[in-house]
Design a protein around this ligand. Structure first.
Ligand code: DMJ
Length: 662
């Protein structure tokens, strides 16, 4: 099952303007009926028998295909992870979106923005000032960091031994030295006088917000208006039907958006949302939540908001949800189950299997480790570190590339032989690097696994398309290469660039530059200027064919963040304005094709049809949590606006502090 076939039921008023289409449909229906009546009884019986026979065959083949088909289907697996299905709705009326306008990149067309008063530039100084933070103590007994008022961070004490350990890291015979890295690219934007000095940061005047950032603030406010008017306190906005959908029933969009509001300086909106968290957010609920999704969105969102605001409310809530998620780890192998009932304290795998998804069990570490550091309770970190250690030793990898599933009973990888950097494996790679950075670059096993995996990508998954020779990351299934790339893979250029910034080989930066170009082309070569969920690249030049081909089942866009996320890293580290310009184009196209006039933005079904992109009636929480946040940061020239030497973003764009070695 997939969500590709979600559609929206129209109310009669909404259907105004689509009259011609309905009439012709009705006419077709009548003429079919007439033809049916003209058939003899025998002919009708034969046709009915054939239909019945096909239906029975369909049911039998569906049940016999079973699990392997489900897990290995070529389609967007990310959608199947955990998200609920909404069956049987009709296609939405394109008329609910602003009438598509002719693109005029030079003028920077921006429907709806110009007539509105520009929002006031926010005055709040964003971001915490002092982030000299200690990692958890190795003796396992962590010092509680939290006090109910403000957190006093501890001074950095550089450890001499550690310095020697850090300067040379040997990986598979290769020596990675910090000076092999690309020049610290942050400096390409603006050299901070004292990059990590608390006083320097405090004394600095806030950098004024520029026009493009204002446009992001306007977009956020528009999205927030829809959420506030029609979905307040619920998980996701359905902007067309002016209603909401529930997934966990925990105000997902609101929590995901908290730190974005803080970063954008939206004080009023933030205060209002804070009130909801204080008065209405209750985790004592008989509800099954997905461990990964609730960790990255809820736990991650609360922790980062706590760090930015220093408001203990968010830490209290983080502790509460963290504790409630812990039953997931009670499995024979200690590889967590995918689902937890946060009210009952029980956990279980999905109904059809005892497997968990590899990306899910290996992309909850940043959050649980940070929770241990803040609370002084080692159990959170212990549980997630154990998963990483176990995965580190497992067989079934292919030059560092991992399969997509792992069994919660045996602890072994399952469905071996399929390797992707897309759905179900993606953030495994991202979190190897980011945990290494979070922990002060000391955990060498994480770095080894990351470096090995990137070599695996180069060896097995990298190819170049035709005619533009775009470098892309395909997939490998039982030795067969497929030129398929999920939009999700576009996190990779940003991650590679972050690694290079942190002292890894400059080759990674070169690869990042090539891949971000490809990700941009996944937007630029499409009719709406928006990327589909999945593309297939052409390996052979054919007249009239572009590099990017799109299958009908893959042409939706869910307002995903990965490309703008990578654009943000690339701009921070190179200072090359083209990355900002590409992001600006993408924002304009989101405004053109996904903005709903009454508030909110919607996923669309067809990026190839500018005159009817087929809105899906859903605004995913990551649009506010990630996409708009990364846009805002991309357009900023202030490297201290979430300084990447002090913070590491979790996979849902929630910044968590880097622990400064004691
Ligand atoms: C987000 O929930 C996270 O970025 C996750 O890692 C992947 N999928 C969505 C966004 O596309």
């Amino acid at each position: 099952p997939r969500r590709d076939f979600i559609s929206v039921t129209l109310s009669p008023e909404e259907a105004v303007g689509a009259g011609g289409y309905n009439n012709s449909k009705a006419w077709r229906r009548r003429s079919c009926w007439r033809k049916w009546k003209q058939l003899s009884r025998l002919q009708r019986s034969v046709i009915l028998f054939l239909f019945a026979f096909l239906a029975v065959c369909g049911v039998i083949s569906y049940t016999s295909m079973g699990e392997p088909w489900k897990s290995l289907t070529n389609k967007s697996l990310d959608d199947q992870r955990t998200e609920p299905q909404i069956p049987g709705l009709k296609l939405a009326n394109p008329a609910v979106l602003p009438a598509p306008q002719k693109a005029d990149a030079n003028r920077g067309d921006y429907p709806e923005l110009s007539p509105q008063k520009p929002p006031k530039p926010p005055h709040v100084r964003r971001g915490p000032s002092n982030l000299q933070i200690k990692p958890p103590r190795r003796d396992g007994r962590l010092k509680p960091r939290h006090d109910s008022s403000r957190v006093e961070e501890e001074p950095v004490q550089a450890d001499k031994e550690e310095k020697t350990e850090k300067s040379i890291i040997s990986w598979r015979g290769a020596v990675i030295e910090p000076d092999q890295s690309t020049e610290p690219p942050s400096s390409k934007i603006k050299e901070p006088e004292k990059p990590s000095s608390v006083e320097a940061e405090d004394q600095k005047e806030p950098v004024p917000i520029n026009e493009r950032q204002m446009a992001v603030i306007e977009a956020f406010r528009h999205a927030w208006k829809g959420y506030k008017d029609f979905a307040w306190g619920h998980d996701e906005l359905k902007p067309l039907s002016k209603s909401y959908s529930e997934w966990f029933g925990l105000g997902l969009t609101l929590i995901d958006a908290l730190d974005t509001m803080w970063i954008l300086g939206l004080k009023e909106e933030f205060e209002e949302a804070r009130k909801w968290v204080a008065n209405d957010l209750v985790f004592d609920k008989n509800v099954d939540v997905n461990l990964f999704e609730s960790t990255i969105r809820i736990l991650g969102g609360l922790l980062s908001t706590y760090h930015l605001s220093r408001d203990s409310l968010f830490l209290e809530k983080a502790k509460d949800i963290g504790n409630r998620l812990m039953p997931a780890f009670k499995t024979p192998s200690k590889i967590p189950y995918s689902d937890v009932n946060i009210g009952r304290g029980t956990a279980h795998p999905p109904r059809w299997t005892s497997d968990s998804t590899v990306a899910e069990v290996t992309s909850i570490q940043l959050e649980f480790r940070e929770l241990s550091r803040l609370t002084g309770d080692e159990k959170f970190q212990k549980a997630v570190d154990e998963v990483m250690k176990h995965v580190h030793t497992l067989s079934g990898k292919n030059d560092g590339l991992v399969p997509m599933f792992i069994n919660t009973n045996s602890g072994q990888f399952t469905h071996l032989g399929v390797y992707t950097l897309g759905a179900r494996a993606d953030s495994y790679y991202e979190y190897l690097l980011k945990q290494w950075i979070q922990g002060g670059k000391k955990e060498n096993e994480l770095l080894e696994d990351y470096m090995r995996a990137i070599e695996g990508v180069k060896k097995h998954l990298l190819q170049r398309s035709q005619p533009k020779k775009l470098t892309f990351v395909g997939e490998l299934a039982h030795g067969h290469f497929s030129a398929k790339m999920d939009h999700l893979v576009c996190f990779l250029p940003g991650t590679l660039a972050l690694g290079a910034h942190n002292g890894l080989t400059a080759d990674h930066m070169k690869l990042a530059e090539a891949l971000i170009e490809t990700c941009y082309q996944m937007y630029a070569q499409v009719e709406t200027g928006l990327s589909p969920e999945i593309v297939h690249f052409n390996l052979h030049a054919q007249k009239g064919h572009k590099d990017v081909e799109i299958k009908p089942a893959d042409r939706h866009n869910l307002l995903r963040p990965e490309t703008v996320e990578s654009l943000f890293y690339m701009y921070r580290f190179t200072g090359d304005k083209k990355y900002q310009d590409w992001g600006w184009e993408i924002l304009q196209n989101f405004n053109k094709y996904t903005r709903v006039p009454t508030g909110g933005y919607t996923s669309i079904n067809n990026v190839q049809n500018p005159s009817n992109p087929e809105p899906r009636d859903k605004m995913e929480s990551f649009f506010l949590g990630e996409t708009l946040k990364y846009m805002f940061l991309l357009f900023s020239d202030d490297i201290d606006l979430i300084n990447l030497d002090k913070y590491v973003f979790n996979t849902e764009a929630h910044p968590l502090p880097i622990w400064v070695p004691a």
